[in-house]
Design a protein around this ligand. Structure first.
Ligand SMILES: [Zn+2]
Length: 441
């Protein structure tokens, strides 16, 4: 896998991404139309679901990008229920890569792809790093995810290892108030130029650094986070503690869309080279107006083994202004507000985004808490599981304060605080702060 960047195709793709970021809107649309036609011609022959779908629509032709609307909107459950119908008949077992998405929500979907997809995917990463003048081979970096650390290293109470001179791998599973000092020391000794991680992990580190009043001297230039929702409050707090700019990357595991913050702006810039983004309302109408809010729906050009066409991701986003200082003619989203499963339901079934309430640091004080998780079984009622630090004094007082603050932030809910011994991270190192037991979509 690490050799992917030695393929000529990889270098060609990277060159293409660098060049095409300066394209006009017209050039991008022309390229998207070409890719959509190519994808359509492929799926109607090789992907059973689309073969069936288009067999009764013989006159169907793609003349403009608008014709995408004639494809059915699909979502995770639909694919799961018709799994084999979404796999290309040309898939070869010995050349297939798989990754599983959304395991943390209890609704995992395994995405299969080929080497071509892997090449394009890696090229996307190299591309957005290059915008910030970073290169995985030239600049020192830290990868801080849910990586498994070999037993013989763990035995020495080390939760990290050097992959090579330029890259340090750290595991997020062992970050807590007693280990944070050694994590920071290792970072300081290594002096990375950037960190690749998730927002919840960086937020946890920043909170512990503040709580333990750790002094450190890092010359970080950027922190790249992906795979999770990032609130304004989280961003501000992480940037303040680590004294560098945070770059948020949108690349859901299904791999159909890639978005990033640019040199100038924290808006999400969706790359037209990889696919088509649509923002759909609950009735699957296409939203176009600035500030309108809907669900990110993805059509990906890179995965022919398991194509995603009009795939409703469940991520809620609001449409941004059409222009950016960087002059890229991309699709802009002001904020990815969260996933549908990140919402709680009040008594009247209104969807309330949970993250802004619990992550905005000014309103909510989690300093005295090691970890927490919100669980909802019933409308209008939420349970907050709280893991306190080992040596917490005045437990009751701490819990009461949280309870009072949360009741102010979420007045329409009955809130129950539950003390627990430990809150587990799941296997991919993502920690879901909400365990939504009510089926929302
Ligand atoms: Zn920009």
């Amino acid at each position: 896998m690490n050799k992917i960047y030695n393929y000529p195709k990889f270098r060609k793709r990277l060159f293409f991404l660098n060049k095409s970021q300066k394209w006009s809107k017209y050039q991008h649309e022309k390229n998207q139309l070409y890719n959509l036609r190519k994808l359509y011609n492929y799926v109607k022959k090789n992907v059973p679901f689309y073969k069936d779908y288009f067999s009764g629509r013989k006159n169907f032709k793609i003349k403009t990008l608008d014709d995408l609307k004639k494809f059915p909107v699909i979502d995770k459950n639909f694919i799961k229920n018709n799994y084999k119908k979404f796999l290309s008949v040309k898939m070869k077992k010995d050349n297939t890569f798989s990754r599983t998405t959304g395991g943390s929500t209890g609704n995992p979907l395994t995405i299969l792809s080929d080497l071509n997809f892997q090449i394009n995917d890696k090229a996307n990463t190299f591309h957005y790093l290059s915008i910030f003048k970073k290169n995985i081979k030239k600049n020192k970096s830290v990868r801080l995810y849910g990586d498994k650390i070999p037993q013989q290293i763990l035995r020495k109470k080390k939760y990290w290892y050097k992959k090579n001179q330029k890259q340090l791998i750290m595991s997020a599973f062992h970050i807590n108030s007693s280990s944070i000092k050694s994590y920071v020391k290792v970072l300081q000794d290594f002096q990375p130029e950037y960190i690749h991680s998730r927002s919840s992990i960086m937020f946890l580190m920043a909170s512990l650094i503040l709580k333990e009043q750790i002094k450190f001297n890092l010359k970080l230039e950027n922190i790249f986070v992906d795979g999770e929702y990032l609130t304004f409050g989280q961003r501000k707090f992480i940037e303040k503690i680590f004294k560098c700019r945070l770059i948020n990357i949108y690349g859901h595991t299904e791999g159909a869309l890639v978005g990033f913050n640019c040199e100038f702006s924290n808006k999400m810039h969706f790359m037209p080279q990889n696919g088509i983004i649509e923002i759909l309302d609950s009735k699957n109408n296409n939203l176009k107006k600035e500030k309108s809010k809907g669900i990110i729906t993805a059509t990906g050009f890179n995965n022919y083994m398991m194509p995603m066409i009009r795939y409703k991701t469940g991520d809620v986003a609001s449409i941004g202004k059409k222009k950016c200082k960087c002059k890229r003619n991309y699709f802009f989203v002001d904020q990815v507000e969260g996933r549908l499963q990140d919402y709680v339901l009040d008594k009247k079934s209104n969807l309330i985004p949970l993250a802004p309430a619990i992550f905005n640091y000014n309103d909510m004080d989690w300093k005295k808490i090691e970890n927490y998780k919100v669980v909802q079984y019933q409308k209008g009622k939420i349970i907050i599981q709280v893991q306190l630090y080992l040596k917490t004094k005045n437990e009751r007082e701490v819990l009461n304060t949280i309870s009072k603050k949360l009741k102010k932030i979420l007045p329409n809910f009955i809130i129950k605080i539950q003390k627990v011994k430990k809150i587990e991270r799941n296997t991919i190192g993502k920690q879901r702060y909400l365990d939504q037991k009510i089926k929302i979509i």
